[in-house]
Ligand binder design. Structure first.
Ligand code: GDP
Length: 614
């Protein structure tokens, strides 16, 4: 049933009276309408977009002392300023690449299905990473294909009754972190290989830190269990000391005894990997266009550019157009690790692909685009960007830059990598540095090790936005070159105190600055003036100190603080002045206030932000 309409009140006659308040009240701000504009564009183009004559923006800009001609290209900043004048908020038109990426990012949860985990082997040299990778490959890949030839394509996939697993062919944390430093997050699970007879070694500890810095799940493969000298308990104890408490000791790390030589425990290791993958709930949507990572790429005689890739999401099909690094192409052919041609490859599938017009780099991503025109355009744009790459902001951090990044809210804690000559000094350095961290300031030591600063250290610092601190150690030549190239901040010290002082200085910028108020002076209101267009002005006498134009004005009546705001105008007679000192008279107004009364006191306050000391 429709309710009867309430009687419509008779419209009030419009009174042609303008109240004085309406004249002085600031205009009600109208929300700006967002408008997407592709910059740079000419004055003429902008005027067309706004349906105005081009002479209008030219005049407006002239008023701002910016001289432009009708066909001149406008910068982003100028366009934003102009649009505001016409009631619009400038929104940058996303680039074609951003539009394509955004379309890839759209997720339809109902289409997500579990995807195989991607696994990397890490550990100390000679502990059996390669042997384990080979043993798994031989037992699982070849057995399904009698006599099938396996070729290295950067990764291989094994299929088990309970699911599939993709293993990356290049073991070790160097390759892993190098990928990460390039922005490629490939690995889901790290299998940390520790030889049961040798135990935890320096590179084992390094690998743990690299895996942790990447937030990867760690499963320990306790290898060489066939050896009579194997001592699993000793290794578990060492692992626990490094923060990997074994599950059978009440911790969370699963330690699987295996032998690459006899094949013992391999099936169990694979099962555990699948279990961990299930916990991680790794999902992908195979109905989408593909995106993924280049693992390796080369120029092959007769086949052109050959890229070894791993699909991360979606399904790659022969005939798809893709962009990778600064290249593009149509997928001409795909091969799996057995050299078999494939028409398509779903999530977590490694494959060899032909059809790109150049050789991308390991760690570059690839992205399927709608058509050749768009592929060419994105690749071209990236090439242009590469050429102008010198102007792009650095991704790595320096100690000096820290303060600024924190103020901008981009970092909350300082990541450090410590290297020292001996264990004793390493601990001393770590202790004194960690003491600097407080509630507001985070300090995270991603890795602490004995020995020179090496390439993997620099890579880890780059991948994790960390600063490297070396104490009584050197920098290997390769590490120095890499640090220079990637602009990683490596600092070498001979005295602990100096390292601590530098870090403290950087962290002090990290602390929220304290606001310190200083009362510069006081004035007493003698009289109130109303000035048309300006509003209320308080005629005052400075009774103490001084009143400055740049200060904040605070109005006090009796004991009560009534209001505080910017001093909007400060005058001696008719002249604007910067300050008025004790004994003198002045006229002033404070923003947002007009109700001055004789005997009110106005305090001029200066507010400074002061970096806190630790
Ligand atoms: P990586 O440097 O970690 O890749 O180690 P490798 O896979 O090259 O293995 C180093 C050495 O250990 C080789 O001589 C292997 O034959 C041997 N090895 C690897 N796994 C086992 C194992 O389970 N048992 C025994 N007895 N030897 C192994």
């Amino acid at each position: 049933m429709i309710a009867p309409k309430p009687p419509v009140p008779a419209p009030k006659p419009v009174e042609p009276v303008v109240s004085p308040a309406a004249v002085t009240a600031p205009p009600v701000p109208v929300p700006l309408k967002p408008l997407s504009v592709k910059v740079p564009l000419t004055v003429k183009e902008l005027a067309e977009k706004l349906s105005i004559s081009p002479s209008e923006p030219i005049k407006r800009l002239l008023g701002m002392k910016i001289l432009v001609t009708i066909n001149q290209l406008l910068t982003e900043e100028t366009v934003a300023t102009l649009l505001k004048l016409y009631g619009y908020e400038y929104q940058r038109m996303p680039t074609l690449e951003e539009q394509i990426e955004a379309s890839h990012d759209v997720e339809d949860r109902s289409k997500l299905i579990p995807r195989p985990p991607i696994v990397t082997f890490m550990g100390h040299v000679d502990h059996g990473k390669t042997s384990l990778l080979d043993a798994i490959r031989k037992s699982k890949v070849v057995e399904t294909e009698a006599g099938g030839i396996t070729q290295h394509i950067g990764a291989y996939q094994v299929t088990l009754p309970k699911g599939s697993i993709s293993f990356l062919d290049t073991p070790g944390h160097e390759a892993f972190t190098a990928m990460r430093a390039r922005g490629a997050h490939v690995t889901d699970i790290v299998v940390l290989v520790v030889a049961a007879d040798d135990g935890v070694m320096p590179q084992t500890a390094e690998a743990i830190d690299h895996a942790k810095a990447a937030d990867a799940t760690i499963v320990v493969a306790l290898n060489k269990i066939d050896k009579p000298s194997a001592n699993p308990d000793r290794v578990k104890k060492q692992l626990a000391e490094l923060g990997l408490q074994p599950e059978d000791w009440g911790g969370k790390t699963i330690v699987v005894p295996v032998s690459a030589k006899t094949g013992d425990g391999l099936d169990h290791l694979l099962e555990i990997i699948l279990l961990e993958a299930e916990l991680l709930e790794l999902k992908a949507d195979p109905t989408k266009p593909a995106r993924g990572i280049v693992l390796e790429a080369e120029l092959s005689k007769g086949r052109g550019a050959v890229a070894h890739m791993l699909v991360q999401n979606g399904t790659l099909q022969v005939g798809d157009v893709l962009v990778s690094g600064t290249y593009w192409g149509r997928v001409r052919a795909m091969l799996d690790e057995r050299g078999h041609p494939r028409k398509q490859a779903g999530p977590s599938t490694p494959l060899e692909m032909m059809g790109l017009n150049g050789v991308p780099k390991a760690g570059d991503s690839f992205l399927v685009v709608p058509d050749e025109r768009q592929g060419r355009e994105v690749a071209l744009r990236r090439q242009e960007e590469m050429q102008g790459a010198k102007t792009t902001p650095r991704r790595t951090i320096t100690l000096e830059e820290f303060h600024r990044q924190l103020e901008a809210g981009r970092v909350k804690s300082l990541n450090l990598l410590l290297k020292a000559d001996v264990q004793g000094s390493l601990e001393a350095l770590r202790d004194s540095l960690e003491k600097l961290a407080g509630e507001e300031v985070g300090l995270k030591v991603l890795h602490a090790g004995v020995g020179d600063v090496t390439e993997p250290d620099v890579l880890l610092a780059e991948a994790s936005n960390a600063v490297v601190i070396g104490f009584h150690v050197g920098l290997t030549q390769e590490a120095e070159a890499l640090a220079k190239q990637e602009q990683v901040d490596v600092r070498l010290y001979r005295i602990i105190y100096e390292a601590v002082a530098d870090i403290r200085a950087a962290l002090e910028g990290l602390l929220e600055p304290r606001l310190v108020e200083t009362v510069l002076g006081r004035a007493k209101v003698l009289q109130l003036f109303k000035v048309s267009k300006v509003g209320a002005i308080a005629g005052c006498q400075v009774i103490k100190g001084k009143i400055t134009r740049s200060a904040i004005g605070r109005i006090i009546r009796g004991q009560e603080k009534l209001h505080q705001g910017k001093i909007e105008s400060l005058k001696r007679f008719k002249d604007d002045v910067r300050e008025v000192t004790e004994g003198m008279q002045c006229g002033l107004s404070i923003s947002g206030f007009s109700d001055y009364q004789p005997e009110d006191v106005i305090e001029a306050v200066e507010v400074q932000s002061v970096a806190q000391k630790l």
